[in-house]
Ligand binder design. Structure first.
Ligand SMILES: Cc1ncc(COP(=O)(O)O)c(C=O)c1O
Length: 424
């Protein structure tokens, strides 16, 4: 088939199956809106055909990653000597960070996991909040730490780890310890109390990892920085570019305080790879892959575009817009906003005062009807055993007008549903 037709066929064939995730009224998932500048950088990345794995594969990418890494640490107010791996997303970023954690806490008790594996290794205690993201449990599985053998710490009504419970749990474990905290709970946007958690973890010589897939970006905003107080005491952090930085997908950052632990867990040598990166950071020392997409360019471009003040303004605006939507929905009889909106996220249930199953049923009916109306896109989630509509404002393209138009659609739909027009 001739080349133009292949592309035409692909475009036509895929069209009906494309999600409007980059649109301004997509609120269902915590995903950025793929800013056109990032898309342009991504087109160049593909066109240049660079292998981003090593300095010799692409000196330009290695330099872009090195510059972007310094900018990221500065934007996030994290120690300038942390190392960063450019990953596919936050799941793999946590994988890298926790591999470094596993390596370091076992070396502290005389076990080299990188050489000897986990067979016969001392058991590691892993403490994690009960409302951690599902991806972290998957990562624990990949690392041989098991998603079920972890100690799940009870959380409060917005998903924050209870420090008293963590203290008791840590007191009853011995041996190597990893504690996993969270900046930005996927439903409520809540932040764990990092100062207290760091104190508990470090007093026992443990490693503290923070999953900050989107919430870590709050550090770029002077107004929201306080939510992350104490987070800088952690040993590693995972954050996404394809969330609040608005890069196209395939962009996460694994940030590790102890560069040696990071490299011990990830780096390797091969006879055909010249040692050293010409004085530059060697990309494959910090992530699992060798051949891979050159991820430095899009990150470089988006930070260059927005700058610190642009990122802060965007994040603060998203939080205001989330509050605007929550106030609008919450003022409607029969609609309950389940969390105080501190960040850009909230969960909402419809049918206040009705039995729980009926509320779930009404909420699902509203979500389905809003989707069918096509003004905005929302989806369901489960929050503390309740079926909810989760609402996240995180696209650069979303305006106040988008929020108001979407609120009109959701409110009108709810009124129809509650009047029994859609659901008997
Ligand atoms: C808190 C949190 N952790 C981890 C993830 C997984 O991130 P990714 O899909 O980039 O791997 C997400 C995704 O929404 C998240 O919100």
């Amino acid at each position: 088939m001739a080349a133009p037709y292949v592309i035409q066929q692909l475009a036509h064939g895929a069209d009906a199956g494309l999600m409007g995730a980059a649109g301004p009224r997509f609120f269902a998932k915590v995903m950025g809106g793929s800013h056109p500048v990032g898309v342009a950088a991504d087109w160049l990345t593909s066109m240049w055909g660079q292998n981003g794995g090593s300095y010799h594969g692409s000196p330009a990418n290695a330099v872009a990653e090195q510059i972007a890494a310094q900018w990221l640490l500065d934007l996030l107010s994290l120690p300038a000597d942390c190392s960063i791996g450019f990953t596919t997303g936050a799941t793999m970023a946590s994988f890298v960070c926790l591999a470094a954690a596993r390596s370091r806490v076992l070396r502290q008790v005389g076990w080299n996991v990188d050489a000897g594996g986990l067979f016969g290794a001392p058991a590691i205690s892993v403490c994690i909040g009960n409302d951690a993201h599902a991806a972290i449990f998957a990562v624990l599985r990949y690392l041989g730490l098991g998603h079920d053998r972890v100690i799940r710490i009870p959380t409060d009504d917005v998903g924050r780890m209870q420090v008293g419970a963590l203290s008791s749990a840590v007191a009853s474990c011995d041996g190597p310890l990893i504690v996993i905290a969270q900046a930005g709970q996927i439903n409520t946007g809540a932040f764990d109390p990092f100062n207290e958690i760091a104190d508990v973890a470090h007093r026992r010589g443990g490693w503290l990892h923070v999953d900050g897939a989107f919430g870590l970006w709050a550090r770029a905003s002077p107004a929201l920085f306080r939510l992350t107080a104490g987070i800088e005491q952690a040993d590693s952090w995972a954050v996404d570019g394809h969330k609040w930085l608005q890069t196209p997908f395939d962009s996460g950052y694994a940030i590790v305080r102890d560069e040696q632990a990071h490299r011990e867990a990830m780096g390797f040598e091969a006879s055909y790879l010249p040692p050293g990166g010409g004085g530059c950071r060697e990309p494959f020392h910090y992530v699992p892959e060798l051949s891979r997409r050159a991820r430095g360019f899009a990150t470089w471009a988006l930070i260059r575009l927005f700058g610190r003040s642009g990122i802060a303004a965007m994040i603060e605006q998203h939080c205001l817009l989330a509050r605007r939507m929550a106030e609008r929905l919450g003022s409607e009889p029969g609609v309950e906003i389940l969390n105080r909106v501190e960040l850009n996220q909230f969960v909402v249930q419809f049918g206040t005062g009705q039995p729980p199953e009926r509320r779930d049923q009404l909420t699902r009916a509203v979500i389905e009807s809003v989707q069918a109306a096509g003004i905005c896109y929302v989806a369901e989630a489960t929050w503390h055993d309740r079926l909810v509509m989760r609402f996240s404002v995180i696209s650069w393209a979303t305006t106040e007008a988008d929020i108001d138009r979407s609120a009109d659609s959701i409110v009108a739909t709810w009124r129809e549903v509650s009047a029994g027009k859609t659901l008997g």
